[in-house]
Design a protein around this ligand. Structure first.
Ligand code: FAD
Ligand code: NAI
Length: 487
């Protein structure tokens, strides 16, 4: 055991953990970050799910496949002829891998610059004997281990794909997110179990590259976390324009490997037996918190009935000076939520270490944006119509379609709309829902408006550049008081 006692040990170097470690170091705390991720070449790779097999590689492939789709289907409308357009999947995957490596190595540089000590291996919280001043963490790597000590611990161990009982992931024919991001050729027939965020994004990638994609979803409705009107529009566009076959309300009976194919036996929404035969099958039925080997039992660290580490609004666990952030705790499984929690905890630890009395601020989940990077993109923040109705809150609606926007017309991307929901009496914005081009960028203005408690008329008073997609948000805000100008 080393004699050095770190101020903070962070377990996990995903967007929750690495950001927490950097913020701790910025605040003058002596921080170590322990992470066990290895890339395909068996080398340590910082950045967790997000950088290695999540946000970044999926967006790289979405961009590449979108370009291919545009050239094939939309170029001629611009008077551009592109013949014999083909796709080289290994080049596309290599580009994605290069982007990932650049970013994972970038974190190593950031650690160096900020003097965060980086350790590769599995971190296990050892049983605390009595009122020791520090926690002991065993770091195990290639059957070797060492023990370090820290006054505060931040658990940021993330999540892993939820398995299906019917079939094991082999990342050859039955794929999780890592396998779906590493195919070296376009499958002719691709099945996807789960029409959630991963299913839609990965299904879109391989559909745009030419696969026949069938998505099987257990729930009777589609995208249940989204505003119902947005979900309805998305389903219509994805089936009619994108060509995704989406079957909701299904029940899987069995999944079997047969020769080179995968056979899914399921009942459709009318309870009729169906067979889906595909070349590759993506399983994307949610993710589970990653607490294996962490030492939770020894320390009686409390987890909820779904295995998430239990925390309060300040990310404090039931153990003194042990915090948990990101996918391993309640709340949306999003990289920016994980990072926000990481920063908040780092600042809280600084307050404790420096004897400040401030409790710090709890994260306001209501202003955390969601984005689904399909085409068209989907984004929202705050409450949707069904939530407001269920809560009995009276609200006004302003809505504006992209088809009436000059920039969207010039781009040839006219599907979708933006909807602003504002309180009936106070006019305060309660939620903003978007489906359309580049709404992943447009949503930030709505987040800022809600964070500053803006009313729809505050947004209406802001001058938006013309012609720009942001005018759709402006017109939707004007629409709350029936003042939209271009419809
Ligand atoms: P993770 O990123 O999972 O990192 C946890 C790290 O801890 C890992 O490196 C893991 O190996 C390590 N670890 C675990 N246990 C131990 C241990 N005992 N000792 C040492 N190390 C350990 N979110 C978005 O906001 N936008 C997106 O566009 C987006 N796209 C996604 C696409 C896909 C395909 C997937 C799968 C996810 C996507 N997400 C996206 C979700 C996002 O990746 C997660 O919310 C985010 O990575 C969570 O961050 P985290 O730090 O909590 O955990
Ligand atoms: P998800 O929770 O988004 O979707 C899972 C879907 O699978 C649900 O619709 C669920 O009803 C369905 N399902 C569950 N069991 C099933 C079964 N037996 N048969 C058929 N359908 C079944 O989970 P997903 O897509 O795995 O993604 C995990 C998380 O990763 C997301 O919730 C999100 O937080 C994060 N993520 C975020 C992205 C983004 O921000 N753009 C992109 C990708 C992932």
């Amino acid at each position: 055991m080393t004699t050095e006692i770190f101020d903070v040990a962070v377990i996990g170097a995903g967007p929750g953990g690495y950001v927490a470690a950097i913020r701790c170091a910025q605040l003058g705390l002596n921080a170590v970050c322990i992470d066990e991720w290895k890339n395909g070449k068996g080398k340590p790779s910082l950045g967790g799910t997000c950088l290695n097999v999540g946000c970044i590689p999926s967006k790289a492939l979405l961009e590449s496949s979108e370009n291919f789709h545009h050239i094939q289907h939309n170029a001629s409308a611009h008077g551009i002829s592109a013949e014999k357009v083909s796709v080289d999947v290994p080049v596309m995957i290599a580009r994605k891998d290069k982007i990932v490596t650049t970013f994972t190595m970038g974190i190593a540089s950031l650690f160096k610059k900020n003097k965060v000590k980086s350790m590769h291996g599995r971190g296990t919280l050892l049983k605390r004997e009595g009122e020791e001043s520090a926690w002991r963490i065993k770091v195990t790597h290639d059957e070797q281990s060492e023990i370090i000590q820290a006054k505060h611990v931040i658990v940021a161990t993330g999540s892993t794909p939820r398995p299906l009982p019917f079939v094991a992931i082999d990342n050859d024919r039955v794929l999780d997110n890592a396998g779906a991001l590493a195919l070296t050729e376009v499958p002719k027939r691709l099945g996807v179990i789960g029409a959630g965020v991963i299913g839609l994004e990965m299904g879109s990638v391989w559909r745009r590259l030419g696969a026949e994609v069938t998505i099987l979803e257990a729930m009777p409705d589609f995208l249940m976390a989204a505003d119902e009107q947005i979900a309805k529009e998305a389903k219509s566009v994805f089936t009619k324009e994108t060509g995704l076959q989406i079957n909701t309300g299904i029940k899987i009976n069995s999944i079997k490997l047969s020769g080179q194919t995968v056979i899914v036996d399921y009942n459709n929404s009318n309870n009729e037996p169906q067979i889906l035969e595909v070349d590759k099958l993506i399983v994307s039925v949610g993710r589970v918190p990653n607490t294996q080997g962490l030492g939770i039992e020894d320390n009686e660290l409390l987890v909820d009935e779904r295995g998430f580490i239990m925390v309060d609004q300040f990310c404090r666990t039931n153990l003194k000076n042990v915090y948990a952030v990101g996918d391993v705790v309640r709340g949306p499984m999003l990289a920016h939520k994980a990072s926000e929690e990481g920063v908040a905890v780092a600042e809280r630890i600084e307050n404790i270490e420096k004897g400040y009395s401030s409790e710090g601020e709890a994260i306001d989940f209501n202003v955390i944006p969601w984005v689904i990077y399909t085409s068209p993109e989907i984004a929202w923040v705050g409450k949707n119509e069904q939530e407001l109705k269920a809560a009995g809150i009276a609200y006004k609606v302003g809505q504006f379609p992209f088809i009436a926007n000059g920039r969207a017309r010039a781009m040839g991307e006219t599907s979708g709309f933006i909807k602003v929901l504002a309180d009936e009496k106070s006019d305060r914005v309660l939620g903003v829902h978007m489906i359309g081009p580049h709404v992943s960028e447009l949503i930030s203005e709505a987040v800022m408006a809600m964070k500053f408690s803006a009313s729809s008329q505050d947004i209406a008073c802001i001058v938006h550049a013309h012609p720009s997609l942001s005018e759709v948000f402006h017109e939707a805000a004007l629409g709350v008081d029936k003042r939209a100008l271009h419809i």
